[in-house]
Design a protein around this ligand. Structure first.
Ligand code: TTP
Ligand code: MG
Length: 439
């Protein structure tokens, strides 16, 4: 994106980004507890390749109560059984408090639960990047702010994260730990900071201080070998790494050395991008100062429309829905979209539909504008393998921009715009179901 500044705008400065990293707590065990509530609060081990009554397999996850007995992920079940005997195996005289429950992995059920969680996450964020069955990054920059809430010492971002967390717990019945930070790698460390059921917020000015005490093992990109080599240099924590001499690190570790140094300082300008094939293509741009001038708005929308249409063409994507997003200060997000009778590849049409939709905002003071094409179809047919993770195709069959605009009543800081198309954008075609790109 560097060097692509649009007229009248400046590229987004991401130091004010708000990224959530959501990681479910002892996820497989939490799923088992959903259908067997008597397991809540008990030591519980979920085993891969495990069969009831047998001793083979490996620990996929252990509840926090089982972890207290020394049971860990990837441990052989036989070793876990030494530390935490199975309830049905103990003698009647033995203390049942010193025994636990064992269950085999049921991945299909866990994917269903994950799909429910991710449907909520999609409603709560403009962009979501799922990284595994129980983990995702959310970009919520346009949904909330780093400002403090009027009543107290919490940021609006913290309140928003709390809302996301509560929705997951209330609607699905499992708990998540969430890290909130201005970038992905810090958010990841933050979600792990206070597990389970944690919420850790690292404000933009606090990143370096927050990271300083963590072990280099937990710095993104540091594996066991690098950690050992760093240890030999007396570098044990992210703070040590941040204070180390960058050129020395570079001579020892090559260009990675500089990268690790930056990560340790909390510098990470990666954008949250969705995984796999996009379900829509979009681009947005912020004005240096909010403006009411229609000419300025049109100029930006024209450039955005051209960019989006070019990208669709270069990816071989046809679109059936064209939409705009209008952010009114401070964070009121309005989306409008119109569907066409069939898929097209027509840059002029993107511009003219976007202009039409913009008319409604002729008098409005706007801070940011976006253009999106969605309801994509691709020239080649079966792209499902590009989706990576299976569940990605399960948890969204509707257009993200529409979802945003029709989001639930309790969503804070987001004005629900009306689209003039909601049903036509519901696409269930495999391979175009889940992913959205807003860059
Ligand atoms: P994690 O998020 O690493 O673990 P977790 O959710 O069980 O526990 P935590 O509260 O610490 O986040 O992994 C998510 C799920 O992936 C986990 O429930 C089981 C599965 N998994 C495996 O099958 N094998 C493994 O080695 C690990 C680490 C996880
Ligand atoms: Mg987890």
């Amino acid at each position: 994106m560097a060097g692509e500044t649009l007229p009248g705008t400046e590229p987004d400065d991401r130091s004010d980004s708000i990224v959530l990293h959501v990681d479910m707590d002892c996820f497989y065990a939490a799923c088992e507890r959903l259908r067997e509530p008597e397991l809540v609060g008990e030591p519980l081990v979920v085993g891969m390749g495990y069969e009831p009554g047998e001793g083979h397999g490996a620990v996929a996850t252990a509840s926090y109560e089982a972890r207290a007995f020394g049971v860990e992920s990837a441990q052989p079940i036989s070793q876990a059984l030494d530390r935490l005997p199975r309830l049905e195996d103990i003698d009647p005289d033995d203390d049942p408090e010193q025994a636990g429950y064992y269950r085999p992995v049921d991945i299909d059920f866990y994917k269903e639960v994950a799909a429910d969680v991710k449907a909520i996450l999609r409603e709560c964020a403009d962009v979501i990047r799922e990284v595994s069955i129980d983990e995702a990054y959310l970009d919520v920059t346009d949904r909330t702010a780093w400002d403090f809430a009027p009543s107290g010492d919490r940021t609006l971002a913290e309140g928003y994260a709390r809302y996301v967390k509560q929705r997951i717990e209330r609607e699905v019945g499992v708990t998540a730990s969430i890290g909130v930070a201005p970038n992905m790698s810090t958010a990841k460390v933050a979600s792990d900071f206070d597990k389970p059921d944690g919420l850790t917020v690292v404000r933009p000015g606090e990143v370096r201080e927050f990271l300083a005490p963590i072990s280099v093992h937990d710095v993104h990109g540091v594996g066991p070998v690098t950690a050992r080599e760093l240890g030999e240099l007396g570098i044990e924590t992210a703070g040590d790494l941040a204070d180390a001499d960058a050129s020395e690190l570079e001579s020892r570790f090559g260009s990675r050395g500089r990268e690790l140094h930056e990560r340790a300082k909390g510098m990470d300008d990666r954008e949250v991008t969705p995984t796999g094939r996009p379900k829509s293509l979009s681009r947005e741009s912020a004005f240096t100062e909010p403006t009411t001038e229609m000419e300025d708005k049109q100029e930006v929308v024209r450039a955005l429309a051209r960019d989006v249409a070019d990208r669709a063409r270069s990816r071989g994507a046809m679109y059936r829905t064209i939409g705009i997003k209008v952010i009114v200060p401070p964070f009121e997000s309005n989306t409008r979209a119109r569907s066409l009778p069939g898929p097209v590849d027509d840059p002029d049409l993107v511009e003219s539909v976007a202009f039409d939709l913009l008319e409604e905002f002729a008098e409005t003071r706007v801070r940011k504008l976006g253009v999106r094409v969605s309801n994509l179809s691709f020239a080649e047919t079966d792209q499902s393998s590009l989706d990576g993770w299976d569940a990605a195709t399960e948890w969204s069959d509707s257009d993200e921009m529409d979802q945003q605009s029709n989001a639930g009543d309790t969503e804070p800081n987001s004005e629900r715009g009306q689209t003039d198309d909601t049903t036509a954008s519901r696409s269930k075609r495999r391979g175009q179901s889940s992913l959205v790109e807003f860059d």
